[in-house]
Design a protein around this ligand. Structure first.
Ligand code: PGA
Length: 254
């Protein structure tokens, strides 16, 4: 079975003390993901090391950066390179979150560069895609997401693609409390998998974990994660509340 992933995206929230106690509260529940399960905390850069120490030795737990630079190294003030992340043993990086695309003008071409750098450094990119409300209202979401995949991923080999995780996050469902229905989520996830299959073949497509993101909470996680092509979630708001996130971990398919 594909890897089933509960990924917390803390965004720009929590001071260090709150971050530590949130992790402690989640970890003390001793929630072990199943054999094929993975729990990932995408924490702000200054907390990467603290969070890595907290989960050290805990099976099925990893830490992610929320972003990385599209440049390898050098005079890019304020940026964080994949080499730096690797040097502190970070295994995942979120790439192309809609907030990065919208507020920091990250383009599909820049994201292709980030993906390449991550893969060269053995960091698994969690590549985010998804459409805004205007696109959904016009029913152009499939074409829109296909273009995001084409422009950021289609240059990869099948071997490279197998190393990435995809997160489908309809922008209209992020932080709005409005979740995609299970039908909408399953339809888009199946569509994404068909695009991958068209380019790299069924076997490769069937190996890729595709997470759903957008107002995932304890109360809707199970039904979303039970969809055939939904392999877990990328969770913002609800990942900041320990009991919510523990239930979301427990909702992963076994
Ligand atoms: P949300 O955020 O769960 O608060 O909607 C999800 C995300 O942006 O990754």
């Amino acid at each position: 079975m594909r890897k089933q992933i509960a990924a917390a995206n803390w965004k720009m929230n929590l001071t260090i003390d709150k971050a530590k106690s949130l992790l402690d509260d989640i970890l003390k529940e001793n929630t072990s993901p199943a054999e094929n399960g993975q729990v990932i905390f995408a924490v702000p850069f200054p907390y990467l090391q603290m969070a890595s120490e907290k989960i050290d030795g805990k099976k099925g737990y990893s830490i992610a950066a929320q972003n990385c630079s599209n440049k390898k190294s050098g005079a890019y003030t304020g940026e964080v390179s994949v080499e730096m992340l690797d040097s502190i043993n970070i295994k995942y990086a979120v790439v192309g979150h809609s907030e990065r695309r919208e507020y920091y003008n990250e383009t599909n071409a820049m994201l292709a560069e980030k993906i390449d750098l991550c893969l060269a450094q053995n960091i698994i990119p969690i590549f985010c895609c998804g459409e805004a409300l205007e696109i959904r209202e016009k029913e152009w979401q499939n074409e829109f997401v296909r273009q995001q995949l084409e422009e950021s991923l289609f240059h990869l080999s099948a071997e490279q693609l197998k190393k990435i995780v995809i997160a489908y996050e309809p922008i209209w469902a992020i932080g709005t409390g409005k979740t995609a229905s299970t039908e909408q989520a399953q339809q888009m996830h199946a569509f994404i998998r068909s695009v991958l299959a068209g380019k790299w073949g069924e076997e490769t497509a069937n190996n890729i974990s595709i997470l759903y993101g957008g107002s995932v909470k304890a109360s809707n996680a199970k039904e979303l994660f039970n969809c055939a092509d939904v392999d877990g979630g990328l969770v913002g708001g609800a990942s900041l509340i320990a009991p919510e996130f523990v239930q979301i971990i427990n909702a992963l398919k076994h």
